[in-house]
Design a binder for this molecule. Structure first.
Ligand code: HGY
Ligand code: MN
Ligand code: MN
Length: 418
């Protein structure tokens, strides 16, 4: 490939081609309501991974897979000694997920590869588009498990040992779709991620681009309340130890705790297994999860203490046994100032209205920020809706986000060349 002239600033992605790729991959794991079910390391995940590999190879890349199944589509640059500039996100989804969460980040990366190949532009550094395994944490907790392992936050053994709610281990699932590659961890010159905001701010303020300055703090818990199974007809109310009633009180307490730290705190009980779950048995045991978040680590630590007090009080008052384990903590993240500035400049160069914001959702970039200069680009989604089959974004906004991503990457490459 011959050296090419400096890319024109009016270089823009092919919006139709990018949208067509989103539509094409949306058929893999499509749900009846127009969403996606592509759980990590499922057959649907395997199918979209194969699609992604073929598309990247057609765009002139080599595709490597590491020991966690992370996929790296690398386009060579002039200087092979430079670590690649990465564009990463995820192709796995929630069980009733949307067609844009994670997907636009990976497919916008593919569009950048296609555009550079079409325009015959040779960058100084290699460009690497990454599909991070199991970002959602819906099947294997915690979220961002594979990018966290790449960043050295978790050991590979820990990641492999994580099981889904059917008891299937991560490594067993990885091997079941032939997604276990080799090696773990390599240098990156930078990491950029395009994502829908998954919240209401950009749409409400009619902004096209979110300049993401960081990610809020997250804590996940697993809990079990144990009471006593009983006959729904013959057990007097005063003698019951109803674990589901206790769980209902916990759910109310979690909501009260988040409201007490409004407007930034959020709290969710999202997964619940009621046992024996029979219509005429007083529930004797409930397993459930708690997700607490706040932009400030110190406030989240206070919320943690209040949560523990509240749950202990409920268990005592209802005569229940409580086991509560914090299973994940992802501290607040501040992204790289130079990368943020390039996103801001690229948005301004295209005349896209933008604003800074901190991500409410977790992302692979939160962990990759520990090992490489990292930031994110947000675009609006309708009603701020996400993790919902009705999730939607416009073709224009997705293309705008991809243009900002493209030029932030090219500006990074120019800085590396300089
Ligand atoms: O949980 C999250 O914020 C992300 O969707 N994994
Ligand atoms: Mn996501
Ligand atoms: Mn998600």
């Amino acid at each position: 490939m011959t050296a090419s002239p400096k890319p024109a600033t009016n270089l823009a992605v092919n919006a139709d081609r990018l949208w067509a790729s989103i539509e094409e991959t949306a058929r893999i794991g499509a749900t009846a309501k127009g969403g996606l079910r592509r759980l990590a390391l499922s057959a649907e995940d395997a199918e979209v991974r194969a699609w992604f590999k073929t598309a990247c190879e057609a765009a002139g890349c080599t595709v490597a897979i590491d020991s966690l199944g992370n996929m790296f589509a690398r386009r060579p640059g002039r200087n092979a000694a430079l670590p690649p500039i990465a564009i990463g996100s995820h192709l796995d989804t929630q069980p009733t997920g949307g067609r844009f969460d994670g997907v636009i980040g990976v497919l916008a990366g593919l569009e950048v590869l296609r555009l550079l190949q079409e325009a015959g532009i040779e960058t100084e550094a290699p460009i690497e588009v990454i599909n991070w395994t199991n970002e959602e944490g819906a099947r294997f907790a915690p979220a961002m498990l594979a990018s966290g392992t790449f960043a050295g936050v978790f050991s590979a053994e820990y990641a492999y040992s994580r099981t889904d709610r059917d008891g299937v281990r991560f490594d067993t699932a990885l091997d079941s779709i032939g997604a276990r590659g080799e090696g773990l961890g390599h240098a990156l010159s930078a990491h950029f991620e395009l994502h829908i905001e998954q919240g209401p701010i950009l749409e409400a303020e009619a902004r096209t681009i979110g300049v993401v300055t960081g990610v809020q703090s997250i804590r996940w818990y697993e809990a079990t309340l144990i009471g006593s199974d009983g006959h729904a007809g013959a057990t007097p109310m005063r003698l019951r130890r109803d674990a589901l009633l206790g769980t209902a009180r916990v759910i109310e307490a979690v909501h009260r705790l988040a409201r007490a730290h409004a407007p930034d705190a959020v709290g969710t009980v999202g997964l619940l297994e009621n046992r024996p779950n029979s219509r005429n048995v007083v529930p004797g045991e409930v397993f459930f999860t708690i997700d607490l978040r706040h932009p400030d680590d110190a406030v989240l630590a206070e919320m943690d203490a209040s949560l523990r007090d509240a749950l202990a009080e409920i268990a005592t008052a209802d005569g229940l046994e409580l086991s509560l384990e914090q299973t994940w903590e992802s501290p607040a993240v501040h992204f790289d100032a130079a990368c943020i500035a390039r996103v801001r400049q690229a948005a301004a160069a295209f005349g896209y209205p933008s604003r800074d914001l901190v991500s409410g959702a977790g992302h692979d970039s939160a962990y990759i920020a520990r090992v490489a200069p990292t930031t994110m680009v947000f675009v609006p989604c309708a009603g701020g809706l996400s993790h919902n089959e009705a999730e939607s974004a416009t073709r224009e906004d997705v293309a705008a986000g991809a243009n900002v991503l493209l030029h932030a990457v090219l500006a990074t490459d120019a800085a590396l060349t300089g």
